[in-house]
Design a protein around this ligand. Structure first.
Ligand code: FAD
Length: 345
């Protein structure tokens, strides 16, 4: 059975404060704004200080919503006339002009793709769609080997060139999927809107990817709960304090189907063209920006426990890995995680 992942986040916040979750309700100087975007939800919580007292909260929510609409219109594969969808429909060898914003996101994905030896590959789109995890809902069945091999010639970041603000695809079927990283980018963009208005204490979250800054009243840290990687219930694995940083998680336990007792998740290993089949079930990454945390979390989980941990050590990535060993979940914390992240529980 397909698990409904989209309205369930991989990481979620502990609501220790009495935030009111409907629209823009002030509580002393605390505000909570939320809405729907990117097939999931967003939540923004913040405090107004002496310096930011004059912020018009209704106008702020309109600005956040507008920014999300713009990013969707650029980078969604779920909107047929978004910039990315038009690129995906473009013919081969014809330069396709692309916005600076989408270029920035593609370049960051390519950087993390290189770092991870191709584990993060934004050209896996045709495979994501074939396995039934893209915009067109497909039957929940394992594709035939010939369907998979038909698509392999179009997958690989050498199948397009990004140069001088234009993308040239080597084949018209080359299809870029930014679902793994564009939510993180959007979190960063909403965070900049808040800080540009002088708001220093905030939390921004879209579908589980999150960025926090400053403190809650009383100089308390924002606390972030990491979910246990189980499907049967929502339970907490860890509670963390991450400083002025972002956190993103990737897991195989929310968006998947099962066939003959085997789990096939939305995380595709570009080397095999199959969903990952190893015992690393969840990875959370803490980084200064959410785009980076989001891309790295997917890269590390696709790499698997051994390679992912080696990369985290080599590159100084703050990451929490959870593997399934028999019936147990076993945690591994990278050296950078141990140094920079406070484990509260
Ligand atoms: P992550 O781990 O962050 O990313 C996994 C996703 O990345 C996979 O689902 C797949 O798409 C892709 N992927 C898989 N393997 C790899 C790999 N090896 N390398 C690179 N990428 C890989 N969903 C809807 O249902 N409706 C919508 O309208 C909708 N709109 C969206 C608009 C935007 C701009 C974005 C970014 C996403 C949208 N989504 C929508 C998708 C959805 O919200 C999630 O982004 C998606 O389900 C994956 O996010 P995640 O955090 O669950 O997984």
């Amino acid at each position: 059975m397909r698990q409904p992942s989209k309205y369930i986040s991989g990481v979620f916040i502990i609501l220790t404060l009495l935030f009111i979750s409907s629209c823009s309700e002030p509580l002393d100087h605390a505000y909570a704004l939320n809405g729907k975007t990117m097939g999931t939800t967003y939540n923004v919580k913040f405090y107004l200080s002496e310096q930011s007292q004059n912020v018009d909260v209704q106008a702020l929510q309109a600005e956040l919503d507008q920014r999300l609409i713009e990013i969707n219109q650029l980078m969604s594969t779920y909107i047929p006339d978004s910039e990315l969808s038009l690129l995906n429909q473009a013919i081969a060898n014809e330069p396709f002009p692309i916005s600076d914003e989408t270029q920035r996101v593609i370049n960051e994905a390519l950087r993390i793709g290189n770092m991870s030896n191709g584990a993060l590959d934004i050209t896996v789109g045709p495979l994501v769609n074939l396995w039934g995890f893209g915009p067109d809902q497909k039957p929940e069945t394992v594709p035939r080997p010939e369907q998979i091999s038909e698509l392999e010639p179009f997958v690989g970041t050498d199948k397009f060139v990004l140069d001088g603000g234009k993308i040239i695809k080597a084949h018209h079927k080359v299809y870029i999927d930014l679902s793994t990283i564009a939510k993180g980018y959007a979190v960063d963009e909403l965070a900049s809107i808040l800080s540009d208005k002088g708001i220093a204490d905030y939390l921004v979250e879209i579908g589980g990817e999150m960025r926090v800054a400053g403190k809650k009243p009383g100089q308390q840290d924002w606390l972030v709960a990491i979910e246990k990687p189980i499907t049967s219930e929502r339970a907490i694995q860890r509670i963390l304090s991450i400083g002025d940083n972002a956190i993103a998680s990737s897991g195989d336990y929310r968006n998947y189907f099962e066939e003959a007792g085997v789990r096939f998740s939305h995380l595709i290993d570009p080397k095999t063209a199959y969903p990952i089949q190893h015992n690393l079930v969840a990875v959370s990454v803490i980084a200064p920006t959410c785009i980076e945390a989001d891309g790295l979390a997917t890269a590390l989980i696709v790499m698997g426990a051994e390679e992912g941990r080696a990369l985290a050590e080599r590159a100084g990535i703050s990451a929490l890995f959870i593997t399934k060993e028999g019936d147990e979940f076993v945690e591994y914390r990278s050296t950078a995680f141990e140094r920079h992240v406070k484990v509260v529980q």
